[in-house]
Design a binder for this molecule. Structure first.
Ligand code: RIB
Length: 275
């Protein structure tokens, strides 16, 4: 037919709304979509590709006009077949879709370098899930900075899954036998978990172990000591993605298809310079 059924709704798939990074992102998307009279349907994929696919099918049946995907295990061909405007956010796939991410690689270098600058020499990294692209980009940033500082031989990677509790357990476990004087956590939730673990072991932050997180969520200001972090422009990321999607849906010209937004170092108590 000449007419395509539209609904003035868009679908948004995020991995985990209980991670405080996502509410702020969702807020921005909703704010912008509302300006253009779109309603947002929110879905949690729990990092599972099966759930992502199911949601994409359901959203399509509901005739959403477009989707914003903050997911990871994108079965790209399937998404292509959907023939619906798509914008990829925070977790890039390939370059088939407009995308908005922050500079994960350089953010991780910045965090690692900061720990070095305050005097840390045995710097551990709590890595996010290996199947999540931005977790790997942050790992590569850590690796390359450690190499250029000549510290790679002392590198120490703790496997995390972006969740607070698991990170706490993993750090408790890791520090049983190994000594570190700095921890760069791949996100803030894991930094909070690391802080708990380090304190539970009777070590002081930052005197014995300095800690820096990644994201810039408000929770980092609520801990004792307050946590240093690499802050991502979360709201801006969501807002740009939403505007890109509106342009795609409405067939407007898109001048810039791919955005990599800058991040910045926020120094707080947990990485205060030693001595
Ligand atoms: O906190 C969870 C992480 O998942 C964030 O760092 C964000 O970039 C998202 O992908």
């Amino acid at each position: 037919t000449l007419f395509k059924k539209t609904s003035k709704t868009i679908g948004l798939i995020v991995p985990d709304i209980s991670n405080p990074f996502f509410p702020e992102l969702v807020r921005a998307i909703e704010d912008v979509m509302n300006i253009y009279d779109y309603t947002v349907i929110l879905c949690n994929s729990d990092e599972k590709s099966e759930k992502e696919k199911q949601y994409m099918d359901v959203l399509k049946q509901k005739y959403v006009d477009g989707m914003i995907l903050t997911t990871n295990q994108l079965a790209i061909e399937e998404v292509m077949e959907l023939d619906i405007p798509i914008v990829v956010l925070d977790r890039p796939s390939d370059h088939s879709f407009p995308s908005v991410i922050a500079d994960n690689y350089n953010g991780a270098r910045l965090a690692t370098r900061h720990l070095y600058d305050i005097g840390c020499r045995k710097i551990a990294h709590i890595q996010g899930p290996a199947h999540v692209v931005n977790a790997m980009q942050r790992f590569y940033g850590y690796r390359d900075e450690m190499k250029s500082l000549g510290l790679w031989e002392d590198a120490f990677v703790i496997q995390g899954n972006y969740q607070l509790k698991q990170a706490k357990e993993a750090v408790l476990q890791a520090l049983q036998n190994d000594h570190v004087d700095g921890i760069f956590a791949g996100n803030d939730a894991m930094a909070v978990g690391a802080l708990k673990a380090v304190q539970q072991l009777g070590l002081r932050v930052p005197e014995d172990v300095a800690i820096i997180g990644y994201d810039g969520i408000p929770l980092t200001e609520m801990t004792t000591p307050e946590l240093s972090t690499i802050s991502q422009p979360i709201y801006e990321m969501g807002a740009i993605a939403a505007r890109l999607l509106v342009k795609k849906i409405e067939g407007q010209l898109i001048e810039q298809l791919h955005y990599v937004l800058p991040v910045k170092l926020i120094e707080r108590e947990s990485t205060r310079r030693r001595g």
